[in-house]
Ligand binder design. Structure first.
Ligand code: SF4
Length: 315
């Protein structure tokens, strides 16, 4: 999947970095010191979910990028009408344009149905210039729930929220929306068995050595590599530790059960709805790590912690 982010400011660069982390071929289009910093150091994301750096491609010239599958618009909405020369090199026949524009978009009545079907909104596209540059047929709706700011050139401070709601103007479920959604929700590999840690799709080329994996964050442990899809069935890991606990010490005997219970409660939840149970998981995890007698209890929280912090599970 090839993605161009046109207007890679705080939100655009954050999206680009997240998609790059999930394995997409991302090209950020920006200007000035911010572009220079991203070229030199990558996009450095500072986040309560865990810091990371994404070494995406970055340019000020869309012609260098060429046709892409998705254009993510991080521009201010009032500059859409004038972005024609910038966007012109990017689309191919089926390219989708995803505008990070909270509020009523220029394509609002495209495939809307009813008496206003196809009507151009004078309030957001008064002369038709926006529709001329950004054909409504290419539009994929996007509501941004994430809050970010540019801390300094090339450095994005992620404050809260990771949800980007996307959808077709006609409300149908399309292949292009599903593909983008899947790219934004990455799976991972669990290194070192059930007591290990996850590596993300963008880290799959790390050397499978003790030094290489330690440098990336997780450890090689027993050498077992388990592949998970984007649903990350952490309950299976929690059930394993609950069954394996011999029950001799309280932190592990009780903690592995509490961990499984919390995961069962939040299995369908994300964001604020999962926050209390994630806090509980962290407290139980710390107690198991610090106070269990043997290595089983001390590592029973590793994979769950890693999925939350490194894969963004339950965001
Ligand atoms: S930490 Fe070890 S000794 Fe304690 S209950 Fe778990 S398996 Fe048993």
């Amino acid at each position: 999947m090839k993605v161009a982010v046109l207007g890679a400011g705080a939100i655009g660069a954050y999206v680009g970095a997240a998609l790059h982390r999930a394995g997409a071929d991302v090209h950020l289009i920006a200007r000035g010191p911010h572009l220079a910093a991203m070229r030199r150091y990558g996009v450095r994301v500072r986040s309560p979910r865990g810091d990371f750096t994404a070494h995406t491609r970055a340019t000020d010239d869309p012609a260098e990028v060429g046709p892409v599958d998705y254009v993510f618009l991080g521009l201010k909405a009032n500059s859409y009408a004038a972005c024609g020369p910038l966007i012109e090199p990017l689309p191919h026949d089926t390219t989708a344009v995803v505008a990070a524009q909270n509020g009523i978009p220029w394509w609002y009545f495209h495939r809307h149905g009813g008496p206003y079907d196809g009507r151009r909104l004078q309030s957001v596209d008064p002369s038709g210039a926006v529709s001329a540059v950004l054909a409504p047929e290419r539009a994929v709706g996007c509501v941004v729930y994430a809050a970010t700011e540019l801390e300094q050139p090339g450095v994005v401070r992620h404050l809260e929220g990771t949800r980007f709601s996307i959808g077709e103007p006609g409300r149908d479920v399309s292949a292009r929306c599903l593909a983008l959604s899947e790219a934004m929700r990455s799976g991972g590999l669990l290194l070192g068995g059930a007591a290990g840690g996850f590596v993300r799709p963008d880290e799959l080329d790390i050397p499978l050595t003790f030094e290489g994996t330690r440098q990336a964050g997780p450890t090689l442990g027993s050498g077992v590599v388990m592949a998970f899809d984007d649903t990350v069935p952490l309950l299976r890991v929690a059930e394993f530790f609950r069954d394996e606990s011999c029950g001799q010490c309280v932190p592990c005997r009780v903690g592995t059960v509490r961990q499984e219970e919390a995961l069962r409660r939040i299995v369908e939840h994300t964001g604020a709805a999962a926050a209390d149970d994630i806090t509980l998981l962290r407290e139980v995890g710390r107690a198991m790590r610090d106070a269990s007698i043997c290595g089983l209890g001390q590592t029973a929280w590793n994979a769950v912690e890693s999925a939350i912090d490194r894969l963004g599970a339950y965001e």
